[in-house]
Structures are given as C-alpha cells and as structure tokens.
Design a protein around this ligand. Structure first.
Ligand code: F6P
Length: 326
C-alpha cells in the first residue's frame, strides 16, 4: 500500500450546511498526519479545468460555522464521460494528487465510483446533502440544519394560518425523498404530510378534510417536492381548492432557504467526525467507500450501496403524524 502524500478535496452537487466544517476537518486532520491537501474548486468541473490549489491551516480558518462551501460546487456533465474523467485524471497527476475525498450526495458518489473504477487512485466520500437519502449513514451533513430551517419557517407560516384561518400547503425540498418532509411534519405539528414513499398522502388529506374535526380552522400540510404521484404542491393546492372551496388555501414553497445558513451543532460534529475518519481511512488503505455514522459509530459503505436511494421510511413516524394531528 503506497503512502498517501497529497489528498485532493472537493465538494460537488447541491451545497449543504456543514460542508465547510467537513472541509476544515479533512484539511486539519491531513496536516496533523503530515499529508498535503489540494483543494479543487467547483467539483468535477474544476478538476477537469485544473482549478486546483494548495490548502493550509489558514485556508480553513473561521469556516466551521459558515454555510455553503468555500470550495464552491457544481454538477458536471463532462465528468459522466470517459474522456472527461481522463482530463480530470491528467490534471490530478500534474498536481501530484494521489487520493481524493469527495463531499456530496448520490451524483457525486456515482462520479467517484466511475473514477475509482477507471483509474488506480483511492477515492472516499463524505455524505453531504440536505436530503438524507443515502444508505450507509443515519444522517447526512446538512440535513439537521435544513430541517431546523424548515420548522422555523413553518412556525412563522403557522402564525398567518392561525390568524387568517387558512390551510397552508408547504413544499419542502428532497428531490425524490420524503425524509425532510417527514421529520419536519412531526416537528411542526403538521396535519398531513405527502411524500413520494407513501402512496396514501393525498387520500389521507382528503379524508381528513372531509371527515376530520370541523372545529380546526387552520391547517398545515407538508409536501415533499419532486415526483409525488399527485403532482407538486401547486397541483395539490389546486385540487384541494377545487374539492374544498370553503377552505382558504395557500401554497408556500420554501425553496433554497433550506440549503443555506449556519450549520447546527449536530451537522458540525458529524462533519468533523467523518472528515477525520476519512483521512485516517485513506491512510489505512480504504477506497471506493462513503464514510458515514451508523448508531453513533463510524461506518464505511461502498459507493454502489450508498447511492442506492434510501426509501426506507419509518412507518412509526408516519403513524405519529396521523395520531398527533387529530
Ligand atoms: O439534493 C439537494 C437538493 O436541494 C434537492 O433537495 C433538490 O431537489 C435539489 O437539490 C435542487 O437542486 P438545484 O439547486 O440544482 O436546483
């Protein structure tokens, strides 16, 4: 096993709060073990274009609390091709990079897997996405911050819902995952949640509106964005208005505010733990894996498993939404 001398580090895909904490952890842990770190800007795009620079202790000063990613991020089309990956590899060789740590979600790890298969270079990944939809970690970096942002926003929307006796359909992020919607639905006391993993969301909502308590004047319904069978929040809002015209219904899309802001303590600690563990794992010869935390212990999961979209929704959590919103 060759000794690692220079780790290439990048963020890719959607930014997530806590990515900077992870960058800091990787850089500081590597320097602790006398390993250089080369920062790569804008993910795979920057790798292809040679946008690489040497990082030091100071390049990660005062970033643990900052949202976004100081390395910037992008989604790359060219990296999907063999030729694109060859260009990226040539750039890494120019900068003497002999290992990689990728911070991102499923798209990032798909690229990392293809790269590790094509070239003899160890690649590890850190789970950085607000969606919490990766296998091999209980939580992803950014998820805790995002769900706290959502409940703060929904608490505010509830003030208007209550004051005007309105029904609010609130759309939250999660490309094809209801993980954000499920937890924030519980934490914000939503009456219903509609998520892609459960096919009964809209029927339950209609049933509630028809047969549920009549003394409830305001309601919050949380809808996960993406491919809900019922369509997006606007379509759901349209159907509710059509069927229940006596409700004063509004749709509110929370959007990218969910991706920004200071990472929570949970996200900073998670990012710091997996960042250090990834450096140590590279030194120990690991490759082709995502470093996560399961049951409070560091866990390594091959990229091909990590990107299997996690659709396991805890039915007990769904039940809780139903029971507590009576
Ligand atoms: O994967 C993170 C995420 O925020 C998803 O929840 C969302 O569907 C997507 O990224 C939005 O991506 P973009 O910012 O590129 O529109």
């Amino acid at each position: 096993m060759a000794q690692i001398k220079n780790i290439g580090l990048f963020t890719s895909g959607g930014d997530a709060p806590g990515m900077n904490s992870a960058i800091r952890a990787v850089v500081r842990a590597a320097l602790y073990y006398d390993i250089n770190v080369t920062g790569i800007r804008r993910g795979y795009e920057g790798m292809i274009n040679g946008d690489l620079f040497q990082m030091d202790r100071k390049s990660v000063s005062n970033i643990i609390q900052r949202g976004g990613t100081i390395l910037k991020t992008a989604r790359s089309e060219s990296f999907r091709t063999k030729q694109g990956r060859q260009l990226a590899y040539d750039q890494l060789k120019k900068f003497n990079v002999d290992a990689l740590i990728a911070i991102g979600g499923d798209g990032t790890f798909r690229g990392a897997k293809a790269f590790g298969d094509q070239f003899d270079i160890p690649v590890l990944g850190l789970p950085g996405t607000i969606d919490n939809d990766l296998m091999g970690t209980d939580f992803t970096i950014g998820y805790d911050t995002a769900i706290n942002t959502v409940i703060n926003a929904v608490d505010k929307i509830r003030d208007t819902a209550e004051s005007h006796d309105r029904l609010f359909i609130v759309e939250v992020m999660g490309r094809d995952s209801g993980k954000i919607a499920l937890r924030t639905g519980i934490a914000s006391g939503a009456e219903n949640i509609i998520i892609p993993e459960s096919k009964t969301g809209l029927t339950n909502l209609f049933d509630r509106l028809e047969h549920g308590r009549k003394d409830k004047t305001s309601r919050i319904v949380i809808v996960a964005e993406g491919e809900n069978e019922e369509g997006g929040a606007f379509e759901i809002g349209r159907r509710v208005k059509e069927k229940f015209p006596h409700y004063d219904t509004r749709v509110s899309i929370l959007g990218h505010i969910q991706r920004g802001g200071k990472p929570t303590c949970m996200d900073r600690v998670l990012a710091s733990r997996v960042g250090v563990a990834a450096v140590e794992a590279l030194m120990a010869g690991y490759k082709g894996q995502m470093v996560g935390v399961i049951n409070n212990k560091i866990a390594y999961t091959p990229f091909e498993h990590a990107i299997k979209h996690s659709t396991d929704i805890d039915p007990n959590l769904l039940k809780i939404v139903e029971m507590l919103s009576l």
